[in-house]
Design a protein around this ligand. Structure first.
Ligand code: UTP
Length: 294
């Protein structure tokens, strides 16, 4: 495998979860459709995948998430009305949302966890590497701009070096470590890590360590940051994964098995993650992204 690995065409965006931290609004509005500025969260995630060269987007949905399907569909009546009113720019934007990639949707029948959501992509993805982007997290670049390809680009470069799956990781302080999937491993080049362990939501004392290039170990730990590049071998591991933490099929457990089979890279998050999983995170994302236009 070398740095000229074939481009990754397919992106998978799980968006089937209940979003309980946003109840009651998520009773009828999917978390991924909550607004950041004038666009839903998932708009920025799709834009990022498209910017990185993905041409095929599979969104994992569930019952009551048809507003996501509608958002990425054509709306001919609305388009005609906008053009008749001389609002061509707006009409073009509406068309572009639906035509920027080929969109596909599959339902997760029961919300058994993120690992089970990803397994629903198996038939569609087939035998090629794919990008996985959590649809409730916006990544912004070092200038605070969303929808940029840097995170997927760095995963692709790591995959080109090793032929193994890769995940974007970020440093998190000890008091937040037990919320995330956490990795242990060794920095092999600046910002590029060879992973050795993965643990879902560890207690701070049990969090695995990452050795930096200079031999030091950061306090706290390094956690998954919502962007992944998988070889198709992940599906066989997901199919074998039994319910783990919180009685859910944990993606982290399948990733640990994949690591043992073919190795796994970590790539330092270029930029910052805006986690929209809770109301405060949504507020902060709005503050950050709306201030770009100010
Ligand atoms: P979360 O772990 O944040 O779960 O999912 P959630 O259900 O959305 O929200 P809370 O924790 O109940 O508040 C991370 C991503 O994985 C998807 C979600 O839609 C979200 O984009 N997911 C999660 C699924 O697609 N299926 C699942 O069974 C669980």
């Amino acid at each position: 495998m070398n740095a000229a690995a074939a481009p990754v065409r397919k992106a998978v965006l799980p968006a089937a979860g209940f979003g309980t931290r946003f109840l009651p609004i998520t009773k009828s509005v999917p978390k991924e459709m909550l607004p950041v500025g004038d666009k839903p969260v998932i708009h920025y995630v799709v834009a990022e995948a498209v910017a990185a060269g993905c041409t095929d987007i599979l969104i994992i949905v569930s019952r009551d998430k048809s507003s996501i399907v509608d958002y990425f569909d054509r709306a001919p009546d609305l388009e005609r009305r906008l053009r008749a009113a001389g609002k061509d720019e707006l009409a073009d934007e509406i068309v572009r949302i639906a035509t920027q990639a080929r969109f596909h949707f599959v339902r997760q029948p029961e919300m058994k966890g993120l690992g089970d959501a990803v397994l629903q992509a198996r038939d569609h993805v087939g035998d090629e590497p794919f990008a996985l982007l959590l649809a409730d997290t916006i990544i912004v670049d070092s200038s605070g701009v969303p929808g940029q390809p840097a995170a997927l680009d760095t995963l692709h470069a790591a995959y080109g070096e090793t032929g193994a799956s890769a995940v974007v990781i970020e440093h998190v302080p000890a008091d937040r470590i037990s919320r995330y999937g956490v990795v242990g491993g060794t920095e092999r080049a600046p910002g590029r890590f060879t992973l050795e362990r993965m643990v879902e939501k560890p207690a701070p004392a049990e969090a695995p360590a990452v050795r930096r290039l200079d031999g030091t170990v950061d306090p706290g730990g390094w956690a998954f940051a919502a962007r992944y590049l998988f070889t198709p071998a992940v599906f066989a591991h997901l199919a074998r994964t039994r319910p783990g933490k919180n009685n859910e099929i944990q993606l982290t457990d399948a990733m640990a098995a994949l690591l043992a089979e073919e190795g796994f890279s970590g790539c330092r998050l270029p930029g910052e993650r805006l986690d929209i999983g809770n109301p405060r995170g949504l507020f902060e994302a709005n503050r950050r992204i709306l201030s770009l236009d100010a």
